[in-house]
Write a protein that binds this ligand. Sequence first.
Ligand code: F1X
Length: 411
Amino acid sequence: MERREPEAADTEAAAPEILGNVPGSFPWGVWHDRHPALVERLLHATPYGPGERQALRDLLAETLDGVIQPLPASARDRELWHGDWDRGHFGKRWTDAPFLWAESYFYRRLREALGYSVPGPWRGIDPFAPMKDAELAGDTVDGELAALDGGSGPGGRSPDELSPDERTDALVLAALWGNRADLGFRITGGEPGAGGAESLVADERPALRELLRAAGERRGRIVLVADNAGRELIPDLLLIDHLLLTGAAAEVALHVKPHPYYVSDATTADVLAGLRRLVAAPGTAGETGRRLWEAMSTGRLAVRAHAFSCAPLTYAAMPGDLRADFGTAALTIFKGDLNYRRLVGDRDWPATIPFAEVTGYFPGPVAALRTLKSDVVTGLGRRVLDTLDAGGAADGAWRTDGSRALVQVRP
Ligand SMILES: O=P(O)(O)OC[C@@]1(O)O[C@H](CO)[C@@H](O)[C@@H]1O
């Protein structure tokens, strides 16, 4: 299934990388609206000292009016950023660098500014924890967990009354729409909530079920590359439990971020918080939590926090150990928008380019569950695309407003 990567220059000509320097574009709004709002939110949420506050404001000003500065010589990951991950963008204006690279570096520098990654009192303090914690503790999660004990499935049936396939479908959709509950997205107006199957611009659930069946037959390992903590991670955990319980997966590896990232991205600490939330809940949620706890303890569910999970690059540039991990899995499921950008390449692809073509480099069967929250999209049918572009959304808002989602698979 592996194929030779096209020459970089060919790809660049056919589908240039998305930059942040077009006024009015989605990335422009991230730099000019989302990040200023995020900075204020962070400084309001935690009583950082004057040094951290100033450093964060200086970073924001640098992104708007300055050029990309290097990491300090003492940074532990300097070798990565100024080595393998360096693509020649230091010294450029932030918006002139590829959006993916620059946005990822912004979150690296944000951790630096707030002392997360430097010796001192703020080391290891997740700047996004107040928002993540509030979401996880909220009533909405209580409601979602209680729904597991009745009336939430198709036709109002309780999950217990569903056939295994219907249950898989319901859990896949819950994990998919959980991706809308993304705190970074909500900072400038995105609305959380579940959409229906009619909001799917690509729906390859039958092929996904086939892959899950095949994985079960070979008692395979499934990798789930997580996106957000809290309201997204809870349905991800429920899906993982279902995969283990039904035998679709003999083992699951859950890839999370080694550091706080893109506001609500899940770290190991967030997995534990989600798991504790489940374990403490009554009924089915509590039972699920206890099964997952046991699965983690015995290694059937393994959490992995690879440095590359926070790299500013696409998965085409993944290191050998990660390639081996994905290459030996029966299936890898990528959750969310950022992971999608990194899987297919953050490029101005024609929306109809086949998903199988842009993921041809990936070393094993792969699926994407993503709500659309940035410009890039691939694998759409011509008719679907025409309808979306004609349906009063010719400005392309459907690509970024979180109202649409996709399930795509490459066996
Ligand atoms: O990966 P996620 O959580 O689904 O979304 C991340 C996100 O909110 O941040 C980026 C823009 O800042 C986009 O990739 C997307 O809109």
